[in-house]
Ligand binder design. Structure first.
Ligand SMILES: [Zn+2]
Length: 149
């Protein structure tokens, strides 16, 4: 049995109140395309819904407002670790999808990465690649996303 199957079964049997994680792991279980499905769903929502609520074109301010929206949606506490011309590194603490999960050897927060990408694209009118470099699924205590600027 694969590690993510095991984690999914543990999650369900323990009646854990974590629907987002069950969704992410369930998609991994049934489909090879789960990562892009979650990423593109997040990206579409970020671009077409959330970015319309943000009224600035300053990237630092966009990230600040994104953090407020993430908090109010219960996604977790998002902060900017560093930002320069080439990339921004974002940290998500208490992320709803992966915080406290078993180490399954994979990243799982594709939806969140897609949201960040879509919000930035919606505001700044260019494509942003967002990859997750630390994750509860890898055994990390937080999520880390690298945004190529
Ligand atoms: Zn993660």
């Amino acid at each position: 049995m694969k590690k993510y199957d095991k984690e999914l079964k543990r999650l369900i049997r323990a009646r854990t109140k974590n629907f987002p994680r069950a969704l992410a792991l369930g998609l991994q279980w049934v489909s090879l395309g789960y990562s892009s499905a979650l990423y593109f769903a997040g990206k579409k929502i970020g671009k077409e819904v959330i970015s319309n609520e943000i009224k600035t074109k300053d990237i630092k301010e966009i990230l600040k407002q994104t953090s407020k929206i993430f908090s109010s949606m219960g996604i977790g506490t998002l902060s900017t670790k560093s930002i320069n011309r080439k990339q921004a590194v974002l940290i998500l603490k208490n992320g709803t999808t992966a915080n406290g999960m078993a180490k399954i050897g994979k990243t799982v927060c594709y939806f969140e990465a897609g949201l960040i990408s879509g919000i930035l694209e919606g505001k700044l009118k260019k494509t942003f690649n967002v990859s997750e470099t630390r994750c509860g699924g890898l055994g990390d205590s937080m999520e880390e996303f690298v945004v190529n600027l």
